[in-house]
Design a protein around this ligand. Structure first.
Ligand code: EPU
Length: 294
């Protein structure tokens, strides 16, 4: 089947921070095999590509953007492709939503993803950011990843073909842009009830400490080695601080929130002020965790 090209939406409709202008077009990849056609399709739409999942880690500029969005529908169900003793290898498309995968795994007595409960992301986005929480990172449970890249085409990568770090995942070989088409997770057998209970506990912890229902992009800054950006920002008085409709959460000082009428300029201004304050008080240069699209 050919790739579908749709008119470009506004990124404010596709990002959880609700910011971002209109892109040139959207290319929908309905099957991994179709991805091979991206080499030809991308330059016809725009000069740059943006691989988009749930849009939960993006801060996009509020102007027309010369970008081709690449998206994957998430309808396909997860599938156990192999069992190895107590372990199951589960294959799932990059567009599938991580919370749905976690529910599915629990219902099928498969453990390993519990600590990732509450992360609002697609499987592809979680892989590309090596999303993590409470001591588990996505790469810890990955068996293989099928990617498309302009120079490598469609190919499966094994763990020795990527470098995973704190909120980073870099395929060795494929250069930017690259897209996660499918992922295989290595999960362990477990009791469904215990898995569901562990997920509930993680969610309760998140709800108590993070603004899970607000329009946010998650943590704005990476934690510096051995410390927490949220703690530092809190001590600098940034909890609840706002600029032009954008604010740091009153619950957690490292969560950037769109209060409703926020703009990307206001967001960048607030982030710059926060970095300056932390630099002058702690001598630490905070690094952005959210991806900016300009
Ligand atoms: N803290 C404050 N004030 C705040 C926020 C936090 O004093 O406003 C203190 C907390 O009391 C705690 C410490 O800072 O003592 C750490 O806070 P927390 O446990 O909330 O974790 P975090 O380091 O702020 C990290 C990740 C989160 C992840 C949680 C749980 C980063 C930048 N953040 O937050 O990830 O959910 O741990 O594992 O790595 C994300 O990546 O977008 C994200 C939210």
């Amino acid at each position: 089947m050919a790739l579908k090209v749709l008119p470009g939406p506004k990124l404010s409709e596709r990002t959880t921070l609700r910011l971002g202008g209109r892109v040139q077009g959207e290319i929908v990849v309905t099957s991994p095999e179709d991805a091979a056609g991206l080499d030809h399709a991308l330059p016809k739409v725009a000069s740059r590509a943006l691989m988009l999942g749930w849009g939960s880690n993006l801060l996009a500029a509020d102007r027309d953007l010369d970008l081709a969005l690449v998206t994957l529908p998430g309808a396909m169900s997860p599938e156990v492709v192999r069992r190895e003793g107590d372990a199951a290898i589960v294959r799932i498309g990059g567009g599938f939503l991580l919370p749905k995968l976690i529910n599915w795994a629990g219902a099928h007595g498969l453990s390993g993803l519990e600590n990732l409960t509450g992360i609002p992301g697609s499987v592809g986005g979680a892989v590309a950011m090596n999303a993590g929480s409470y001591g588990t990172q996505t790469a810890d449970v990955l068996e293989r990843v099928r990617v498309w890249s302009a120079d490598g085409g469609v190919t499966w990568l094994a763990p020795d073909q990527w470098k995973a770090g704190y909120r980073s995942f870099t395929p060795v070989g494929p250069s930017i842009p690259w897209l996660v088409l499918e992922a295989e997770y290595r999960l362990a057998s477990g009791a469904s009830q215990a898995i569901a209970q562990a997920c509930r506990e993680v969610m309760a912890k998140k709800k108590a400490t993070q603004p899970v229902n607000a329009a946010t992009c998650g943590c704005a800054f990476k934690n510096p080695e051995g410390d927490s950006a949220g703690r530092m920002l809190d001590l600098c008085g940034f909890k609840g601080k706002s600029v032009g409709g954008m604010a740091f959460s009153t619950l957690h000082a490292n969560f950037l929130v769109n209060l409703g009428a926020g703009t990307s300029d206001a967001a960048l201004e607030l982030l710059a002020r926060a970095r300056e304050a932390v630099k002058s008080r702690f001598g630490v240069e905070l690094e952005l965790e959210v991806r900016t699209i300009a």
